[in-house]
Design a protein around this ligand. Sequence first.
Ligand code: ADP
Ligand code: MG
Length: 324
Amino acid sequence: MAESEFDIIQYYFSGRQPGRTDVVAGIGDDAALLSVAPGSELVVCMDTLVAGVHFPESATAAAIGHKALAVNLSDLAAMGAEPAWATLSLTLPVSDPDWLKAFADAFFALADNHGVQLVGGDTTRGPLAVTVQAHGLVPAGQALRRRGARPGDRVYVTGTLGDAGLALHEGVSVSPGLQACLDFPQPRIDAGVALRGQASAAIDISDGLLADLGHLLEYDGLGATLQVDVLPRSEEFRAGLQSLGAAGEALFYELPLAAGDDYELCFTVPEERCSEVERRLAEIDCACTVIGVIEKLPGIRCNRSSGEPYHPVLSGYQHFNEAG
Ligand code: ADP
Ligand code: MG
């Protein structure tokens, strides 16, 4: 690379943030030294983004820098954790100062927003790939988990679904708002914290509602019935579908159900706690919608508001929808 690994770390990643008091040693030592407050549990996750696999070759450096951290913060949100630290492994084909600046600026903008300090990483040459490990803290015993839902619990999602999926869909004239949903997802950290002690189970939606809710249900061998007409859809989503004409009609259901990359939270709440949960989320301006109910019968069933069943067309999910 034109600049050495040392220069890259020094110019773009080191000394850019106010230090957290719980960082004893950050970038520059052999390893980060971090202090976990007594009574807290450490929540750790990692996600890799590979060019051409997790983002198109055309993705901007800013979008990659934001998203590499955002997808990890979304995992912390789903656990009810408050983010604290991150490490960054960066593999670059070339050292391009403009690219590095835009990448780092977006990464740190999101990090600073959530009080996350970059405490270390690794820098290597190779095909473009970015791995971030994020560390969060949660009072011991209070983390949200995928397990824990019970029959009768209401199924909620935050925000709106399908926006990122529509931005990726061929033939759509993508509005700036939809593109931002895809490139700059905002992790639901505040919502995760507000749901501690309230939600019976939670997961973030990275692979699509059916897939991710499916993971949540698997843990307890449960099922759910969803109301597909009430799935939350943004104005931009509805407008984007209209530009597709007839082709947009099936996507009205398919994208909110099956498209990934929304990074909203899906969570379950016992009925008696629903009003408290809705109050807490309203307080932090986080929209939420009840989309269904947990049932004993395994599988996910989808209903129209008319009461008729809706059968998702995407293969792999149809077996969830056989009557019975
Ligand atoms: P070592 O050879 O001992 O692994 P490195 O030269 O890889 O050390 O890293 C030196 C310091 O810079 C370490 O503290 C490491 O965590 C940090 N670092 C390396 N790459 C990055 C990066 N992309 N972002 C942040 N910190 C980094
Ligand atoms: Mg190293």
